[in-house]
Design a binder for this molecule. Structure first.
Ligand code: GLA
Length: 381
């Protein structure tokens, strides 16, 4: 073999060995930002979006890594005579809004559907995919949530619809994160990446209750092999700060989403946050779990009834462990180091308390509050 040929073969093998990254090279760690739907639903307008962008900066969320300001459903107006989509009266000038959001060092996201109508009954993109992609690029949009909004859908039909929008976005030459939303139907995790998705919803809609959040979060086990840099499972947006769960429950929500390497898209009113909501959304050590460059989604390593132990492998070789208590009373829980591939002694750091707890031999135990979590990072000695 000539020297050139062997170099080419080596390069090819190296490329095959690298983890697959979605074609657009975006979302190399799970996207972080805010979305209007969970708190505002249809009561969203230009002024509110601007105030959320202001608050994302002022509250410290931006410094903690949140960047996308995403407008969900109900911004859409009519199409003009040439078929180009216009925003409705709530959004007088989308380009000016994007400029404003960008001036804060943030990015703007928008929402549409491959159907004729969106889930809230507004104008969808069917038959206008290229025009819509061009319009988003012209406005300066950085992220698109593309929501199925049809009562059912076959696998091939879905793949074709999402591929069409992916191709249309690509053609604009403007980098736009593509977020698939079709509620986990047809095992989207198996094909969401190849059709161009940077993330895909794995479930129906979250609500602001422990039961709903826990059912979604703890059911993600098994999907870990489908996530990685550029292509993430999305168990839906955060409810932290919306008021329907207590502090321990929200801490469980945030911890589980971090272990899952889930997108961290806040869904509360950023202009009205209690100190504990800010602390919960901005804890650097918890965010570092979610954003770890290795991009491994965590999974369950042990379960006894309502007691679940989850683990996420980190780039530095440490293991993040969540001891989750899903029952109504406090319980002592443990992780055996053998369950997480560590032998002998290890250092343990509590990530919510931001404190080293000490050095432990073979296992670590802690009291876990009802519906709560103890989240630790364990580093072999
Ligand atoms: C669906 C989605 C939600 C939200 C609404 C908007 O229910 O799953 O996240 O986007 O539509 O109508």
């Amino acid at each position: 073999m000539s020297k050139l040929a062997s170099v080419l073969v080596a390069l090819c093998c190296l490329a095959l060995a690298l983890p697959s990254v979605a074609q657009n090279n975006l979302a190399l760690t799970p996207p972080m930002g805010w979305n209007s739907w969970n708190h505002f639903a249809e009561h969203i307008d230009d002024k509110t979006v601007r105030s959320q962008a202001d608050a994302m900066v002022a509250s410290g969320l931006k410094d903690a890594g949140y960047v996308y300001i995403n407008i969900d459903d109900t911004w859409e107006g009519q199409r003009d005579a040439n078929g180009f989509i216009q925003p409705n009266e709530k959004f007088p000038d989308m380009k000016a809004l994007a400029d404003y959001v960008h001036s804060k060092g943030l990015k703007l996201g928008i929402y549409s559907s491959p159907a004729g109508k969106t889930c809230a009954g507004y104008e969808g993109s069917r038959g206008h995919e290229e025009q819509d992609a061009q319009t988003y690029a012209k406005w300066g949009i950085d992220y698109l949530k593309y929501d199925w909004c049809q009562p059912s859908g076959g696998l091939e039909e879905m793949k074709a619809a999402y591929t069409k929008m992916h191709e249309a976005l690509k053609k604009t030459g403007h980098p736009i994160v593509l977020s698939l939303c079709e509620y986990g139907w047809n095992k989207v995790w198996e094909w969401g990446g190849p059709v161009g998705g940077n993330l895909w919803r794995t479930t129906g809609d979250i609500t602001d209750q422990y039961r709903a959040m826990a059912e979604i979060g703890f059911n993600q086990n098994g999907l870990e092999k489908f996530a990685g840099p550029g292509h993430w499972n999305d168990p839906d947006m955060l409810e932290v700060g919306n008021g329907g769960m207590n502090e321990d429950e929200y801490r469980t929500h945030m911890s589980l989403w971090a272990i899952l390497a889930a997108p961290l898209i806040a869904g509360n009113d950023l202009t009205k946050m209690t100190p504990y909501t800010v602390e919960m959304l901005t804890n650097r050590e918890v965010i570092a779990v979610d954003q770890d460059p290795l991009g491994k989604q965590g999974f369950r390593v042990a379960q006894e009834g309502p007691f679940e132990v989850w683990m996420k492998p980190m780039a530095d070789g440490s293991k993040v462990v969540g001891l989750f208590n899903r029952q109504r009373t406090v319980e002592q829980m443990s992780v055996d180091f053998s369950q997480i591939g560590i032998r002998g002694e290890a250092n343990v750091r509590n990530l919510w308390l931001k404190k080293d707890v000490g050095t432990f031999q073979d296992k670590f135990s802690a009291y876990v509050p009802s519906h709560g979590v103890v989240l630790v990072r364990i580093t072999a000695k």
